[in-house]
Structure formats: structure tokens, C-alpha cells
Write a protein that binds this ligand. Structure first.
Ligand SMILES: *[C@@H]1O[C@H](CO)[C@@H](O)[C@H](O)[C@H]1NC(C)=O
Ligand SMILES: *[C@@H]1O[C@H](CO)[C@@H](O)[C@H](O)[C@H]1NC(C)=O
Ligand SMILES: *[C@@H]1O[C@H](CO)[C@@H](O)[C@H](O)[C@H]1NC(C)=O
Length: 317
């Protein structure tokens, strides 16, 4: 090799190494190193019944965390990261399924309302989002993907958001399968939360896990009513409301499925939670708070005219 050739090769190697190093720091992360430990730990914790006190303890006792881990892991190990579909998670989802607490399910769509749904759920004490059902709790926030080469798991890089097709790939295919479970098993009076200012409309059919997997699988013999909660964050102008076209579409989908609904713009029970973080804003200056005085204060207020009258009289003499 000529001297120039050697320099060239060294340069290419240097560029490649630099590129790989930078890709490691800027690309999406690979599978969590402690995936198995986290999964099994969360599974064991969930089995205690303390994560979601509304799930039947007897049902939790039947769950085998070793078996669940095997079913979960086998859905994506030794497969290309994007070559995983919801069918691959069928067995895992069936085994991890628990009865959804009646009248407590909260569905949501769009990341802009997710923190609100979480606050409303209040750690599964008030309501249950999918992330507080057993399978959702175990997987929420984890990064995992496979590869066809050994060791079958990719610890370096996993596909980023939307890199695989809709509902495909190790992570998204799981959530699709889990959403079918959550949609088809919701029962009693359930809720659906959206942000009124969601870009593209509050309710969307395209690429929506709620529309595609939850709503489509809701069972009218189980769901007595869906409360549609349209939430506007404090400091924002309301966007869509119960009469907007996108919500009309949702209402007609529910009617088609024979499911009752009620729609509420900015429901008090959600607004008051939002106001805990924004107590001094106009939206949180509730007209009723002015009269919400302690009984003893009310008596003092009622006595004020007499006190003034007495003071006035004493000035006169
Ligand atoms: C749990 O599942 C594992 C793996 O399938 C199995 O070997 C074990 O016997 C099961 N334990 C119980 C208590 O059923
Ligand atoms: C996807 O996975 C299936 C099942 O393992 C396999 O038969 C198929 O060849 C894979 N497709 C691609 C494009 O890798
Ligand atoms: C809907 O729920 C009823 C009552 O639990 C059940 O018998 C029926 O099989 C369910 N339908 C579907 C499509 O799952």
C-alpha cells in the first residue's frame, strides 16, 4: 500500500470510529441492561397488590413472574427490532391480564394529556390507566429490542419513536396488544381523556392507539358509559370542545358500537387537580371559594353590620 493509501485507510477508520462513538451518544438508547431485573422486580411488586389496590389479590397470586418474563422475552428476542407484531405478544398479554377494576378505567390519547391522566389516576388509587394494570406497570418506560445475531438482544441501539411502522416493533407492538386487552376488558363507567388543544384535533383516527385498539374493541355489554373528558391546560385557550367535529366523530363511533357516553368540557374533578399547581391563576379563582369560609368566620361576617352600627353610635355620643 502506498503512503497515501495508508493515510486514507487510517482516515476512514478514524471517521468510522468517531461516527460510531457519536452515534452511541446521540442515537436512541439500546435495551436496558437490567431489563430482566427490572421486569421481575416490578412483577413481584405488582403481585403484592400494593401497586393497584383495586386489582383482586386472589388473581395476582396466580401470576408467575418467571413464566411472564419468558413469554415477554420470547416475543422479541432474536428478531429484527421492527419485525415484531402484536400477535407476537398474544401469549404474554393473555398470561399477564388481570380483571380491570370496574368504573375505574381511564383511556387517554395524545402525549399532551398523559401527565393529566396520571395525576387523575393518583397512583391507581382514584383510577386505572393501562400503566397501572399489571402488564403496563411492568413494561412502562422500558427500552427493549432484539436482533437476529447473538445474543438476540440489542443493547446498543433500538428504533426511535415512529421508526418502525405504526404499532410495529418490540415496544409499540407490545402497547398495541396491551391496548386491545385494555379496550376489550374495560367495564362499567369508564373515562376517555384528551387535551382540547391536541394538534390535529382532540380525537383522531389515524395512528391512534385509542381509536385503533381500545375504542374498536370496547364491549357494549361491559361498558355502561364513556365519559369523554376534554381538558384544557391552565393558561391555554380552550381548543376543541364537546361540539367540535373531531368529538362528534368519536360520539358517532361510540353510538355505532352501542356504547353510551357523556361529554364534559374541562370537568371540575380534573380542573381542580390542575389548579393545585396553578392556584393563583384566574382559571383557578373559583367563584364559590369566596363563600367557602369556616362557620365561625361566617358568624363574624354576619355580625359585621352590628359591629359597625355600634361603632358608629359610640362615635356619635
Ligand atoms: C413458574 O414458571 C416457570 C417457568 O415456566 C416454571 O418453571 C415454574 O415451575 C412455575 N412456578 C410455579 C409455582 O408454577
Ligand atoms: C420477520 O420475522 C419472521 C418470524 O421470525 C421471519 O419469518 C421473517 O423472515 C422476518 N422478516 C424480516 C424482514 O426480517
Ligand atoms: C362482551 O362481553 C360479554 C359479557 O362479559 C361477553 O359475553 C362477550 O363475549 C364479549 N364480547 C366480545 C366480543 O368479547
Amino acid at each position: 500500500m502506498t503512503k497515501a493509501g495508508v493515510v486514507f485507510v487510517v482516515l476512514i477508520v478514524a471517521i468510522t470510529v468517531k461516527f460510531r462513538v457519536s452515534a452511541e451518544f446521540t442515537g436512541p438508547p439500546g435495551t436496558d441492561r437490567d431489563l430482566e431485573a427490572i421486569f421481575k422486580g416490578r412483577c413481584a411488586e405488582y403481585r403484592t397488590g400494593r401497586v393497584n389496590p383495586h386489582v383482586q389479590a386472589a388473581e395476582l397470586k396466580t401470576k408467575n413472574c418467571t413464566l411472564l418474563w419468558e413469554l415477554f422475552y420470547n416475543a422479541f428476542v432474536y428478531r429484527d427490532a421492527c419485525n415484531v407484531t402484536m400477535e407476537d405478544y398474544k401469549e404474554f398479554v393473555e398470561e399477564a391480564a388481570v380483571e380491570i377494576p370496574a368504573n375505574r378505567a381511564v383511556y387517554w390519547d395524545g402525549w399532551d394529556v398523559y401527565p393529566v391522566a396520571r395525576s387523575y389516576a393518583n397512583e391507581a388509587r382514584r383510577a386505572s390507566t393501562l400503566e397501572f394494570m399489571m402488564m403496563g406497570y411492568m413494561i412502562n418506560g422500558l427500552v427493549f429490542c432484539g436482533q437476529t445475531e447473538d445474543p438476540g438482544i440489542n443493547y446498543e441501539v433500538c428504533p426511535g419513536t415512529d421508526e418502525c411502522d405504526f404499532a410495529k416493533g418490540s415496544v409499540d407492538a407490545f402497547w398495541a396488544a396491551a391496548s386491545i386487552y385494555f379496550g376489550s376488558n374495560g367495564n362499567g363507567n369508564v373515562k376517555f381523556m384528551v387535551n382540547s388543544n391536541r394538534p390535529g384535533g382532540a380525537f383522531q383516527l389515524e395512528n391512534s392507539y385509542f381509536a385503533e385498539f381500545e375504542l374498536k374493541n370496547m364491549n357494549s355489554s361491559k361498558v355502561s358509559r364513556v365519559d369523554i373528558y376534554i381538558v384544557t391546560l391552565i393558561g391555554e385557550e380552550p381548543g376543541d370542545n364537546c361540539d367540535s367535529q373531531s368529538i362528534k366523530t368519536l360520539k358517532s363511533k361510540l353510538t355505532e358500537r352501542g356504547i353510551n357516553y357523556r361529554c364534559v368540557d374541562q370537568p371540575d374533578e380534573v380542573l381542580h387537580i390542575l389548579c393545585a399547581d396553578n392556584p393563583t391563576t384566574d382559571a383557578c379563582a373559583f367563584s364559590s371559594s369566596a363563600v367557602r369560609l369556616h362557620p365561625s368566620n361566617k358568624i363574624q361576617l354576619a355580625a359585621l353590620p352590628f359591629i359597625y352600627a355600634a361603632m358608629f353610635k359610640s362615635f356619635q355620643v
